[in-house]
Structures are given as structure tokens and as C-alpha cells.
Write a protein that binds this ligand. Structure first.
Ligand code: PMP
Length: 306
């Protein structure tokens, strides 16, 4: 579904998305020299409120990506949250929404560099329900390797870097799978195509460290907090490929994917082949937190409507 209507934030103001265009010679379009975020806002029908999830953390991460790409924005993270809130209110949404902030090299020049170029920021949004089936996905270990920090830094959410997961996910889909799990250049598990990965072994949650060429996920950190509050133990350590074949549960953790159970890897069932109890427990806790329905997590959400 093409995104054609609504209001976005571009060139310092809220404007119709239909008018927010770039020239074909724009640096970022040619060289992938931009960075972005993916943020969700959840509709709470009982309250008639739209809640933006972890908005400040996403903009703090955007600014870190900008530092890596030498992009200077005239806004701090708090100001970006407020621009986003105003843009969402202008769209008058009454449903779940996905928000895409995008900072990029806007100069119209032929030069492979990061220096001396004009920077631009855009924020747009689109109504979005579940991005993937959260009840049970079939994953495969991709033959495409995860990009490493010294090639294209994974911890920066860089536009051009998404060729890597796009190749992996496209190959997985063509082979009849729902999702690709990528290994880093040392053969260790890194992450999925656009989400971090958790497994459960012997009742303990395990996820890969931030030095495993992953995007430093905000959902990943949220899950650690939920795990603490639910009394679940977790470990952050490297994961071997074969642990994917013998673990009891596995799930994706990401803004788009949310918490999505993986029920098979390379056609081998994960645990019983059905969503596990720890995954289910986390899904339920996450769903009420993100909609502003759990008092303990109100600091996760920013209300759009005053
Ligand atoms: N890894 C990659 C490559 C991603 O694109 C995403 C989605 N932003 C994630 C992990 C999950 O990050 P987050 O929980 O912050 O959305």
C-alpha cells in the first residue's frame, strides 16, 4: 500500500505528504546516506488516546545514528518528540500508527563523502496494524551475513544498510519462510532482518550482546525491563547457530515486529512448535504497556492528544 495522504514534518514545518518531495540528484537517494527510525503509536480506544511508544529513546538513537553519519539536526530529542506529537495530532489518527523519522544528506552533488553536505529531516507516518504474524513465524538462517561494525555500522540505523536485511528477507520469503536470522562474520547469531532475537533455554531468556553487530534495539531493552518485573531471568551473551535448533522458545523483538513468536527454524520446530509460555507472558505484558494500560509503564508512552 503506497503512502500518499496525510501530513508530514519536512523542511521545518508540517505539510501535506503529497508536497514533500526530493530531487532525483539528492545525495541520500543515490548513496544511501541517511538514517532513520521506526516508532509506533498505539491507539487506546477506551481513553480515546494515541500513545507514542518510547519516543524519546527513538530520537536519542536517531541522533546517535546522525553522529555516525555526520548529520547535524537543529533539534534535540525532546524537540523531535514534540514535532512528532504535533504531526500526529494534525493527522487526527484514531488507530495504530507507524512513524518514520528520516534524517539525510540532501545536497544535490556527485561526491562520495559525508562532509560539507546539507542535512534535512523528514518525519512521516502511516496507519499500521501487525507488521508480521505475532503468533508463529517460520524462520531460516540466512546465507547472507550480517554487516559488521567496520563495514556499515549496524548500531546506526542507516538507510543504505537495509540492503543487507532486504537481501536476507527476500531470499527467505522466496524459499517459503517468514523471516531471516542473520549470522555475523564470526558465525555467531546476530539478529533477524528487522528485529532483535531472543531465545529461551532451560527457562532463561537469552539475547545477543550489542557487540554482535545488532541494532541496539529499544524493544530489546523494554523486554529486559518486563522480564525483571515478571521475575524472569535473562542472559546477554553470544548465541551459537545450533542453539537455534535446540532452544525451547524463540521470538523477534522490534518496534515493527513487536514480540513475535518464531515456531520453526530451518523447518525444525522450536520447542513444541507452538508459541511458548514465556513468549506469551511477555507479549501480554508488552501489549498492555504500549497502549498505556499498565500504570507501571506510563513513562514508556507519550500521549498525542491533550
Ligand atoms: N534490528 C534491526 C536491523 C531493525 O531494523 C530493528 C527495527 N528498528 C530492530 C533490530 C529492533 O529495534 P527496535 O526495537 O528499536 O525497533
Amino acid at each position: 500500500q503506497e503512502i500518499t495522504s496525510g501530513y508530514c514534518f519536512y523542511k521545518g514545518q508540517i505539510m501535506p505528504l503529497a508536497e514533500a518531495n526530493v530531487n532525483i540528484s539528492t545525495h541520500a537517494l543515490n548513496y544511501g546516506t541517511g538514517c532513520f527510525e521506526g516508532i509506533r503509536a498505539y491507539w487506546n480506544a477506551q481513553e480515546g488516546q494515541l500513545y507514542v511508544l518510547k519516543a524519546l529513546e527513538h530520537y536519542q538513537r536517531l541522533l546517535l545514528s546522525c553522529r555516525i553519519l555526520k548529520i547535524n539536526l537543529p533539534y534535540n530529542a525532546e524537540e523531535l518528540v514534540e514535532r512528532t506529537r504535533l504531526m500526529l495530532a494534525k493527522n487526527d489518527y484514531r488507530e495504530d500508527v507507524y512513524i518514520r523519522p528520516f534524517a539525510f544528506k540532501a545536497s544535490q552533488v556527485i561526491k562520495v563523502t559525508l562532509t560539507g553536505l546539507r542535512d534535512e529531516l523528514a518525519i512521516f507516518s502511516v496507519p499500521m496494524g501487525n507488521y508480521v504474524d505475532t503468533a508463529g513465524l517460520a524462520a531460516t538462517v540466512s546465507s547472507w551475513q550480517r554487516i559488521s561494525d567496520n563495514m556499515i555500522p549496524s548500531r546506526a540505523k542507516v538507510t543504505g544498510a537495509y540492503i543487507n536485511p532486504a537481501l536476507a528477507n527476500d531470499a527467505a520469503t522466496a524459499d517459503g519462510y517468514d523471516e531471516a536470522i542473520m549470522l555475523s562474520s564470526d558465525g555467531q547469531v546476530s539478529e533477524a532482518s528487522s528485529a532483535n532475537l531472543f531465545i529461551v533455554r532451560n527457562g532463561v531468556l537469552v539475547t545477543t550482546p550489542i557487540t554482535s553487530d545488532i541494532l541496539e534495539g529499544i524493544t530489546r531493552r523494554a523486554i529486559m525491563q518486563l522480564a525483571d518485573d515478571l521475575g524472569l531471568s535473562y542472559e546477554v551473551r553470544q548465541i551459537d547457530r545450533t542453539e537455534l535448533y535446540i532452544c525451547d522458545e524463540m521470538f523477534l523483538a522490534g518496534t515493527g515486529a513487536q514480540i513475535a513468536a518464531i515456531t520453526s527454524v530451518d523447518r525444525r520446530p522450536v520447542g513444541t512448535g507452538k508459541m511458548g509460555s514465556i513468549t506469551k507472558q511477555l507479549q501480554e505484558a508488552y501489549d498492555s504497556a504500549v497502549r498505556g494500560k499498565d500504570e507501571r509503564y506510563m513513562d514508556w508512552v507519550t500521549p498525542v492528544y491533550k
